[in-house]
Design a protein around this ligand. Structure first.
Ligand SMILES: NC(=O)C1=CN([C@@H]2O[C@H](COP(=O)(O)OP(=O)(O)OC[C@H]3O[C@@H](n4cnc5c(N)ncnc54)[C@H](O)[C@@H]3O)[C@@H](O)[C@H]2O)C=CC1
Ligand SMILES: O=C(O)CCC(=O)C(=O)O
Length: 530
């Protein structure tokens, strides 16, 4: 039974998937402080949060069973991603479910700002009929600057265009072609800041976007501009904004998010007549909350059941088409990594993935985590290594990772070769995988083989002399070990040779020692595929 903990208010409708799953036990405990969460997290396999719960390194250290942390929403700045990755915990989010809702909130804030609606409402219900203080401005023909043209920024631009606004924007990942289609004029940050009548930020909060808008930017803005932040507190420097309001550079500001949430009672935004605020309500609609809860619930179930899932934040995003092509290779790569771990000596220094045939033109760097999982699990334990943290673990051990098209392009089929360099030797194995079929190991070093990576395999290197195969067969038979298949190879008559035996049960250390006593046998390795 998988234990799942929900620590923020999450839509019950969306959680139905988890509640209904027969292999899941769900607990909902909200309002926990860090220490309280630390004291209970060790018995849970999955943690579901929104933005209130701070999932710190300490929480993860205490969560020894944690396999997945799911964020019912977009921003994952409340989760220590580095700690999650190094501990092999998958972090997933729900990036699409609240886009329109957040965009609509931003638009509502922009309109409220243009027409002073919150201030006028407060005065009216306080008994004042004041029609002079709230002269507004139209959105029509105004320049809207959008910083961050991802999901929300683009939706906002579409709506603003319908209101007759001129949209200028900046996003390092939006192409000019796409921007043209959307009617967005791409400008530099500086140009946008100097020309915008309304400015709205829609980037994530990162080291680069922290205080993206601060004193130097406010100082060159159009006098009387208005600014909106429905993304993350900290993208706009709160202190500089207060100065810009006082200097008359900024005519009004609308904030849904704060550098520290909730803000303290004395926070200057809460008293300023030209600032309107909401308590991080951007994603708070019935629809968005159902969408994101449904989305993460499904992902949590898939991850716990070891099924394919989407939207991992700390793993590369793989286009579906590429995933379909590479999927058959994942298990094979893990087994190739596992086999190399058992046949090499010395500390691992370099791992190279070489692909040929149909695979050579794909982004095969995605195979590396699987190779490393097989390789490193052998040394570090399968509990500690998974495809989320494998690259991190390798890099932190100064293991050099390479991906290249194979120079051994001998076959038209898709073959993968993994080359391993250690401090004392270099070895390589190749394999091939077809959709719907189990992968096969096709080469061990220079020797062509054909074995399915399962059960027990004995790898024996010897000098090519008559009688050795018989002696090996006898020795194994005398020890009750049945040989399922046997393949032999050699580089030249009387040269170096190998024997690859698939055996039905494990060879003990005594049997391996006895094999090594046979003259001409130079090396014996048992590879266990589990
Ligand atoms: N107030 C609320 O309740 C909500 C807030 N959000 C926040 O809104 C923000 C945007 O969300 P989405 O549009 O879904 O994300 P997204 O990932 O689709 O878009 C973010 C865009 O920002 C761009 N970007 C990153 N650094 C930039 C920079 N220095 N300058 C310009 N562009 C930059 C990225 O290239 C990306 O296209 C996030 O911070 C998210 O956490 C999202 C949902 C609800
Ligand atoms: O959970 C929430 O309501 C906050 C949503 C949000 O900020 C996000 O999705 O990034």
């Amino acid at each position: 039974m998988f234990k799942v903990l929900v620590t923020d208010p999450i839509s019950d409708f969306g959680l139905q998937q988890l509640i209904g799953a027969e292999d899941v036990a769900l607990s909902q405990i909200t309002g926990l402080c860090e220490e309280e969460l630390i004291s209970i997290i060790s018995s849970y396999d999955a943690l579901l949060v929104r933005s209130q719960t701070k999932v710190t390194r300490r929480v993860m250290e205490a969560g020894s069973r944690l396999k997945v942390i799911a964020r019912a929403g977009v921003g994952v700045d409340n989760i220590d991603l580095e700690a999650a990755t190094s501990r092999g915990i998958i972090v997933v989010n729900a990036p699409d479910g609240n886009t329109v809702t957040t965009c609509e909130h931003t638009f509502a804030m922009m309109m409220a700002l243009a027409r002073h609606i919150p201030q006028a409402y407060a005065k009216t219900i306080a008994g004042h009929w004041d029609r002079k203080s709230f002269l507004g401005v139209e959105l029509r023909n105004k320049v809207l600057g959008v910083l961050g043209l991802g999901r929300i920024g683009i939706e906002l631009s579409k709506r603003a265009a319908a209101f007759g606004m001129d949209i200028v924007g900046y996003d390092p990942y939006l192409s000019k072609e796409r921007a043209d289609k959307l009617g967005i004029k791409l400008l530099t940050m500086d140009e946008i800041i100097r020309t915008a009548d309304f400015l709205s930020v829609h980037t994530p909060l990162t080291k680069e976007t922290h205080h993206l808008i601060a004193r130097p930017q406010f100082n060159v803005m159009k006098r009387g501009m208005r600014i909106v932040n429905c993304a993350r507190g900290g993208i706009i420097d709160e202190v500089s904004l207060m100065e810009a309001l006082d200097k008359g550079i900024v005519a009004g500001a609308a904030f849904d998010v704060f550098e520290n949430e909730p803000p303290v009672a004395e926070h200057p935004f809460l008293k300023h007549p030209k600032i309107i605020v909401t308590p991080h309500l951007g994603a708070s609609t019935l629809e968005a909350q159902e969408n994101v809860a449904l989305d993460v619930s499904e992902q949590v179930i898939h991850i716990l059941r070891n099924e394919p899932f989407k939207n991992a934040v700390n793993m590369p995003v793989v286009p579906k088409e590429l995933l379909n092509k590479l999927q058959p290779c994942f298990a094979l790569c893990e087994q190739l990594g596992k086999s190399l771990a058992q046949m090499t000596d010395g500390a691992v220094r370099e791992v190279a993935v070489e692909c040929e045939g149909n695979l050579a033109d794909l982004d095969t760097s995605l195979l590396i985590p699987y190779v490393l999982k097989g390789l490193l699990s052998h040394h570090l334990g399968s509990e500690r290594v998974n495809v989320v943290n494998a690259v991190h673990l390798a890099k932190s051990r100064d293991i050099h990772l390479l991906v290249r098209k194979s120079v051994l392009a001998q076959s038209s089929t898709s073959e993968i070769t993994i080359r391993l360099k250690t401090t004392i030797e270099e070895r390589w194995v190749s394999g091939s995988a077809l959709p719907g079929a189990q992968g096969r190991i096709t080469r061990i070093g220079p020797y062509p083989v054909d074995i399915t990576p399962e059960g027990y395999v004995l790898l024996i290197s010897q000098n090519d002399k008559p009688g050795i195969i018989g002696r090996v067969g006898n020795l194994l038979g005398n020890n009750g070990i049945n040989i399922a298949t046997m393949q032999v190879g050699r580089n030249e008559i009387g040269g170096s040779a190998v024997m690859i035996l698939k055996i039905d049960n494990k060879a003990s250390a005594n049997v391996i020692e006895a094999l090594l006593e046979i003259p001409e046998i130079k090396r014996v390795r048992e590879i266990i595929f589990d």
